[in-house]
Design a protein around this ligand. Structure first.
Ligand SMILES: [Zn+2]
Length: 50
């Protein structure tokens, strides 16, 4: 089974059960919060600068 978001093979049992990889699951959770999207981008760019 592959992750529907990034297409990578799911090897973890929990990821397979969810049908999505752990990283993409986190991304989607954040995307659900559309209101905080701009703030999220700021936080992500801030992390890149570290
Ligand atoms: Zn993925």
């Amino acid at each position: 089974m592959n992750c529907p978001v990034c297409g990578r093979e799911l090897k973890d049992e929990k990821s397979i059960a969810k049908g999505i990889g752990p990283v993409c699951a986190r991304k989607l959770e954040k995307l659900k919060d559309k209101a905080d999207e701009d703030q999220l981008k700021m936080e992500l760019s801030f992390e890149d600068e570290k």
